[in-house]
Design a protein. Sequence first.
Lengths: 338, 267
Amino acid sequence: MSVVAVATASRRSRARTVTLVLFAAVLVMSALSLAVGAYSVSLPDLLATLVGQGDSKNEFIILRLRLPRLTMAVLVGLAFALAGALFQSLLGNPLASPDLIGITTGASASAVFAILVLGLSGFAVSGFAFAGALVVASTIYLLSWRSGIAGYRFVLVGVGIAFMVQSTLGYLLTRADVRDAQGALVWMVGSLSGTLWAEVAVAAISIGILIPVVVLLAPQLRMLQLGDDTARGLGVRVNVARVLLLGVAVALAACATAAVGPIAFVAFVAGPIARRLVPGISLVPSALIGVLLVVTADFASQHLLPGGTQVPVGIITGAIGAPYLLWLLATRRSRGEA
Amino acid sequence: MTESHTLTAAGLSLSYDGAPVIDDLDLVVPPGSISVIVGANACGKSTLLRGLARLMKPQGGSVQVDGRDIHSYPSKQLARLVGLLPQQPVAPAGITVADLVARGRYPHQGWFAGRSAADYAAVAHALEQTSTADLAGRAVEELSGGQRQRVWIAMALAQEPEILLLDEPTTFLDVTHQVEVLDLLMHLNRERGTTIVMVLHDLNLAARYADHLIVMAQGAIVASGSPAEVITAETVRTAFGMESLIIDDPVCGSPMVVPVGRFHHLG
């Protein structure tokens, strides 16, 4: 008994340390994001404003402009990272992330269709984005089903679908008026600029409903990692559990994309980075890394580019994520795992 | 734990993608004993085991535990009765021995409850019985083949099933570790009364460790009973298409199959 306890304890303490460090990093980046900008605020003033003791100027800048944007960054970072980690774990393949297999692209295409063809705006567009993600995910699932789901086939079908959706997107944009296309562009790279509290509320409620579902299903996820046969032998209803978990993951990716567009590669890199820090599946560290990535990338997109240029956050995450994808492919191939 | 649970198959038909592998098979597993299924490659022995472990839905007939169709049990309830160790189980990357073995407790855990004292006790006992307690903190992927197989068996033990099914538990192990694993299973059976059903490749090890031997050929059972009754030159010819001489195993008196082959002759 003591051996078990000690072994589990040493692992847990490592996981706890990593989680605490990540959490601290998120706090620091959040404070920076709120305080630094064209108009910078000192730390005491920032804290005072957050507890409602600040002057009206600080209050406007922090509570009306910066805090909604930060909150949204935290929410979508969390949702993308969890969605990616769930997909990768369920399908046993690091390439099986919703942003690589066309699910977030499906959301974008659907949103762009709503803007350019139907002339919609606001939450209606988000609704279309959500529906687009669900349609693409279900299509991939049905096309790759052969008396069970194999991760490899799921990824290949997903990549194929992603190209189809991508070409639809391209077609819609080339047909559109230049000014409309400019507005639609946000739905292709993902942006947090100009986030309103109303949008944050919608994202917070939908993601807030999904998180407890993930927590409830996490034990089954751990069992599925042992392989279908072993999991079934231990009393897991494998196909049911997998569909439920995939459904939650799709919903998370869809909610996040509907809120801010497809912020590239966050879903894809968060899980693998977390696994490097803590062995095994690590949903909490993955989520924290997702949050840290989006908050940091958004900060960089606003303040760290030469000449004071501001770009959508999706461009920064894409610039970091793409080399990581290449590196992962190269090193996995050399170890004969891919 | 001494109450015995019966595992039976009646009129069982199993197929892969419409190709029948097993047709109308009847089987009664003697409770509390070690049953070993042997047969040539592709005779359907692994398929039968998968069918018994509810990994396949029968095209006809049924598999029953205590007279009730296994597909009608709630999945966790059945998992407390019947455990399974697949042929080549995969451990998630980075998982420790203690964590893997603890996952065997899944069918005993509810939706919200964490690990109970009973869970810790079962895991500790499983580690101890398989002599893997000192490996508890190690990553499973760092272990040798023999150690890893003992860890998987420990996971199946933590599950505390009444009937344990194993698909070729000795594959890829050298002879020392084969004997070690089989001794462990025999110990389990004699100490705890766990009914064991396994597929084995090696006829002589099967004859030595089985209380009940089931010989399969072309998806059907061609002989079953105690090894002494079942292992004859005739049965070996039917099941494996091979001439052989049967002698007494000098260690324990069980029948031992000595193959003849093309370039050698009897006498």
